[in-house]
Write a protein that binds this ligand. Structure first.
Ligand code: PLP
Length: 271
């Protein structure tokens, strides 16, 4: 029998257009030659034109799914995306603690780019208190960093302060993503034995109408690289490079903001 690749678990919402959420994550995981398993937290009604409706699933269903998966297979890394509400945050945090899972990427999904709320206010508080300290790394974009810290976070200069505040809230490592800044900038900050080490990853900004789900793709790629045993620094560099390729090779899907091309490395011909 062949060797089993690292198994990566995504805990996230369902986007029927597969630009974001679990189905997009499974594509990203496959693109990294890992095996993807998923726990759906919420069903959304959305298309490339925006999120219309959100329905979270029963927390007991999520608890049971996570237990069923963890009893059956060895999870190398976990990516956490949209959680919807406080009880689901609580269920996920309890699961991670109970199973002592170690490589955890927390994408603190709060709102869609179209403005729909993807985590309620109580859930936001639970995420900070229960999940932030458990995560190996948390990957907010500028808006999410601003909401979580209560600080103004709009450019490269604001990133170190926001990261320091996230460390103070319990985060071990932070990547603040700023893909839409004039120079695309991701900012990594790691707290180790009381010291904070920071590094900026910059690249040319890509102008594209296909940016739906970029946060999901970045955080999932990061989880895959951690699952493969790469250091956080290297994982950030590789995830950023994957995302650039996926944006650069995107094709139009739908009338609005299209998805990135998660599987661009598969190099399928479109005829
Ligand atoms: N829908 C789901 C299920 C998501 O997880 C996310 C983001 O993580 C979105 C929608 C929003 O994606 P975007 O803001 O890139 O459009």
């Amino acid at each position: 029998m062949r060797r089993t690749p690292p198994i990566v678990l995504t805990i996230a919402g369902f986007d029927p257009g597969s630009g974001a959420g679990v189905t997009a994550d499974i594509k990203t995981i496959a693109a990294h030659r890992c095996y993807g398993v998923a726990c759906i937290t919420a069903i959304t009604v959305q298309s490339s034109q925006g999120v219309r409706r959100v329905r979270t699933l029963e927390p007991s269903l999520i608890r049971q799914t996570l237990t069923e998966l963890a009893d059956d297979l060895e999870i190398a890394a976990v990516k956490i995306g949209m959680l919807g509400e406080a009880e689901i945050v609580r269920a996920v945090a309890a699961f991670l603690k109970q199973r002592n899972l170690r490589k955890i990427v927390l994408d603190p999904v709060l709102r869609s780019s179209s403005g729909a709320r993807l985590l309620d206010q109580a859930g936001q508080k639970r995420l900070i208190e229960d999940l932030l300290p458990l995560a190996t790394v948390v990957t907010p974009n500028l808006d999410e960093a601003a909401v979580l810290t209560g600080l103004r976070v709009t450019n490269r200069k604001d990133m170190p302060g926001a990261a320091a505040r996230l460390h103070a809230l319990g985060a071990k490592a932070v990547v603040i993503t700023g893909g839409h800044l004039s120079t695309a900038t991701d900012f990594l900050s790691v707290r180790q034995q009381g010291r904070i080490e920071q590094e900026t990853f910059s690249s040319r900004r890509l102008r594209s109408s296909c940016t739906h789900g970029t946060g999901c793709a970045f955080s999932t790629a990061l989880a895959c690289h951690l699952a493969r045993g790469r250091s956080l620094r290297k994982a950030v560099r590789l995830a950023k490079s994957y995302l650039s390729g996926a944006v650069r090779s995107a094709y139009a899907v739908g009338k609005g903001v299209g998805p990135v091309n998660h599987l661009y490395r598969a190099n399928w011909d479109v005829r």
